[in-house]
Design a protein around this ligand. Structure first.
Ligand code: ATR
Length: 270
């Protein structure tokens, strides 16, 4: 019997997940269906329960439901627990397993697709909201020499420093604290790009051969990527690779098989 999966969010029309998972299923010969599921803003749980009752096997969860999915899960992976957000649900009997594959997707895109090692590098993570929180543990697992978290509201970055320091070298502060420092990998996890804005960065934060990575994506380069290019950065990436890699990680959790991502990323970029 065909197993059914979906991505649940609000809005959901724009989601590329059905296209990505259909490509994975075709490539791996897995007999699955995958749809986009619109949940009313105050009906996440009932929408998910209805999907489960129809025999649904798992869900990807997107904006604005990642925190509700975290609370709804009966079991959590360590990375989802630390992220306090769930982007993947797997249903098995009475168990609702919550995982967060966003950070794994990011580090795979950087280290494997872009071939830029994180190990031993100085990494700057901009932002201290849900998107930033989800990628800290996977970044630290790659053992950067230092991870600096900068945020407009410094208290939020400092709280993340306190929480994650047991996993590696983390420091935190506001953007002005970055004056005089430079980084090999600069990741924008703020939502500023959505407003065509960017954090207030001091000049000189990009090291030679730095990578500027925006977790957002759009048809045009984001404000942050334009800024990085204007400041001489040659390695620029938006969040398309991360999107496909987090999907591959979810697919692997559900089906026990890891799809190839290269062609899917290239297709989406076209
Ligand atoms: P998400 O789930 O996308 O991370 P969020 O939890 O609302 O969304 O977090 C948004 C992040 O983007 C925060 O770190 C926010 O900074 P504050 O904590 O100071 O609000 C950051 N952000 C949004 N717009 C920004 C801007 N124009 N400049 C700098 N940071 C911005």
């Amino acid at each position: 019997m065909t197993d059914c999966y979906a991505v649940v969010g609000n809005p959901i029309n724009h989601s590329k997940s059905p296209q990505i998972h259909k490509a994975f299923a075709c490539q791996t010969g897995q007999d699955i269906c995958y749809e986009a599921l619109l949940a009313p803003l105050d009906h996440f749980e009932s929408t998910v329960n209805a999907f489960r009752q129809k025999g649904g096997k798992g869900l990807n969860v997107t904006v604005p439901f990642k925190l509700e999915a975290y609370q709804f899960s009966t079991n959590l992976t360590e990375r989802a627990d630390l992220a306090q957000a769930v982007n993947t649900l797997k249903f098995e009997d009475d168990i609702i397993l919550g995982d967060n594959t966003d950070g794994a997707g990011l580090v795979r895109d950087i280290a494997i697709n872009l071939k830029i090692p994180i190990t031993g590098k100085r990494v700057l993570l901009m932002g201290a909201g849900g998107a930033a929180r989800g990628v800290i543990l996977p970044l630290l697992q790659h053992q950067p020499v230092e991870l600096v978290i900068a945020n407009r509201t410094p208290q939020k970055a400092l709280a993340l420093q306190t929480q994650f320091s047991v996993y590696g070298q983390v420091t935190a502060g506001e953007y002005t604290c970055l004056a005089g420092e430079c980084f090999d990998v600069v990741i924008n996890a703020t939502s500023a790009s959505l407003d065509n804005d960017l954090p207030d960065l001091p000049v000189g934060i990009f090291a030679n051969n730095a990578l500027a990575y925006d977790m957002m994506y759009s048809s045009e380069p984001t404000c942050f990527l334009k800024y990085a290019a204007q400041h001489g950065v040659r390695y620029l990436a938006d969040g398309i690779g991360m999107l496909v890699e987090q999907a591959a990680e979810s697919f692997n959790l559900w089906r026990g098989i890891r799809p190839e991502t290269k062609a899917v990323i290239a297709d989406l970029k076209r």
